[in-house]
Design a protein around this ligand. Sequence first.
Ligand SMILES: [Zn+2]
Ligand SMILES: [Zn+2]
Length: 266
Amino acid sequence: MLRQDYHIHSELSPDSTASPDAICGQALRLGLEEVALTDHYELIEGVTPIGSIRKEYLAVSREKILDCRSRWEGRIRVVFSIELGQIHLQPEAAEQVLAANPYDFVLASLHRVKHRDLSLFDYQSVGREGLRSVYAQELLTIAGEGDYDCLSHLDLIRRYPAFQGVSLRMEDCMEITERILRQVIRRGKGIEINTTAGALAEPLPSLEILKTYRQMGGEIITVGSDAHRSEDVAKGFDQAEALLREAGFRYVARYRERKPYFVKIE
Ligand SMILES: [Zn+2]
Ligand SMILES: [Zn+2]
């Protein structure tokens, strides 16, 4: 069983209404030992000018999450985390955000390309391969240069086209996918298996990418539901566990003060 969910959004994220206590309560009922509250911080070109990070928001999140951590101490460990979007667009702002709070774990995400959220493209009409290539190039920059612990939902570019009946896979551009994974491994970082499947029948990334990462020597992997409601905590974890085993993983990573350690998959 996987006893930690390393990707959960509380009500501090604009797209979630789950209170940190509701998330911890649900995790405890499910037999989990740890939850990483990875609320969003999106860096958006032109919208987040350098030097104007949302300090007030970061202070509120610190207070709420650290309070929650002490309330649940001894029952559930709350891992103070952040899902930082588009680090590569404003590395200095990213640095300030990360310096503002004592994070245990940092997920790096790429939610936007060409100034638009990936969920908003019309994948029937857009130049899909060109878009995937921009996505992969930007992810490569993040992987090679960003300050993060794990890359989240590595093939997110697959999730949204699936809602429109379109298949767009990173497995069809394995050369650059392997370059991304090589940077992750070289820098001692990790990836996650993300169980919010959307219209897909399996978590992100696919088994083929998980196997490639493992065969290249990748060891650090976290598991996250990307839950935006407390009832979705640890959803899809049975399938994730089966995929991890099939890809050759025997351990998953947890983090303290941004340092990984391994827990055996029992
Ligand atoms: Zn995300
Ligand atoms: Zn997320």
